[in-house]
Design a protein around this ligand. Structure first.
Ligand SMILES: Nc1nc2c(ncn2[C@@H]2O[C@H](COP(=O)(O)OP(=O)(O)OP(=O)(O)O)[C@@H](O)[C@H]2O)c(=O)[nH]1
Length: 324
């Protein structure tokens, strides 16, 4: 810095204010006085002692130096602030971005949550609907199952009725057809024995004629019941004709069949049908045939029938066994 000493006080004051302004110092009385004196001192070097002159220059140089340093520091401060401001702007930007991202994430989480809640509601609704449908279907199935069971029972009942003789409750010819083939098949497969017994009440016409048709019916029922008593559970009793019965004896040979018929004769003799206190004696003729390995059910019955015919023609109330 070069300072030219001024000529008058006004000029000194103007220069002092200018210097203060240049250095950015406030024009306080102390600052003004210091600069004014320094300028005056420089202006009138002849009135001042060399020490005062030297001191004034030192003050001016110090002030000038301090102002320069302050200006430099201020510039650094401004630069730092600028840089910090930039950094701050960047940070603010990042913060804003982070906040936006957080808000977006939060929105996304909320959106996902809402979607999941909707989905869950839909699943619950569907499940309830499915549950109702399943429950309804279950009860429908239950009633269908009940209906099917009733139908099966009806069918079984109707089948029994179709295969049953209405008077005696034994199987009829249709029932025989249904069971005969099966029994023959089982016997041939297992090498088992199957014997057919046909017995026909002797002189039954006379019973009808003597006691009436209705009593004749009751006698038929009586004989059927007695026969059931002597049979095993697996044996089959069939009303083969008017007063003719057939017995299919499973796992039985002709000797076993003869034994059964003898027992039936004994039981029938001991248990006569009673009508108005009167015994109605019943006798019967019997033909027996055992299944051959090479014959079918029809052939078996034919041989048993032939044996019965022989029994009838040889005195009645007796048993004929078909040749093996
Ligand atoms: N009450 C009754 N009688 C029946 C039934 N079916 C057949 N009859 C009678 O049985 C009798 C059979 O007579 P026949 O064929 O002469 O035989 P039978 O008198 O037993 O003489 P043999 O067989 O030779 O011993 C007839 O009178 C038929 O009417 C029936 O369901 N109920």
């Amino acid at each position: 810095m070069s300072i030219t000493p001024p000529d008058n006080p006004v000029e000194v004051a103007r220069i002092a204010l200018k210097r203060l302004s240049e250095r950015g110092l406030p024009p306080t009385p102390d600052n003004y006085a210091q600069f004014y004196n320094a300028i005056v001192t420089i202006k009138s070097p002849q009135t001042k002692a060399p020490e005062e002159l030297q001191q004034a220059w030192q003050v001016l140089c110090q002030v000038d130096e301090a102002v320069g340093e302050a200006s430099e520091a201020m510039q650094q401060l401004i630069d730092t602030l600028d840089s910090e401001r930039g950094a701050m702007l960047v940070s603010l930007g990042r913060l804003q971005h982070a906040r936006d991202a957080h808000a977006a994430r939060r929105a996304s989480v909320e959106e996902t949550h809402n979607t999941l809640a909707d989905l869950l509601d839909s699943v619950i609704t569907s499940t309830n609907s499915i549950h109702s449908t399943v429950s309804a279907s279950h009860s429908d199935l239950q009633s269908i199952r009940d209906s099917v069971r009733h139908i099966e029972e009806d069918l079984a009942f109707n089948r029994r009725m179709l295969e049953q003789d209405a008077l005696t409750g034994t199987f009829n010819r249709q029932g025989l057809d249904h069971h005969l083939a099966r029994e023959v098949k089982v016997a041939l497969r297992n090498g088992g024995r199957l014997t057919a017994v046909i017995f026909d009440l002797d002189d039954f016409k006379q019973i009808n004629d003597t006691h009436g048709h209705l009593i004749g019916d009751q006698v038929l029922v009586h004989v059927a019941n007695l026969t059931r008593v002597v049979l095993r559970e697996n044996d089959l009793l069939v009303r083969y004709g008017g007063e003719e019965f057939l017995i299919l004896l499973t796992d039985t040979d002709v000797n076993g069949a003869s034994y059964v018929i003898d027992r039936l004769r004994t039981v029938a003799g001991r248990t006569p049908f009673l009508h108005k206190g009167q015994r109605i004696e019943v006798s019967f003729s019997t033909g027996i045939a055992q299944l051959r390995p090479d014959e079918n059910g029809r052939a078996l019955l034919l041989r048993a029938d032939e044996a019965l015919y022989r029994a009838k023609n040889t005195g009645k109330s007796r048993t004929e066994i078909a040749p093996a």
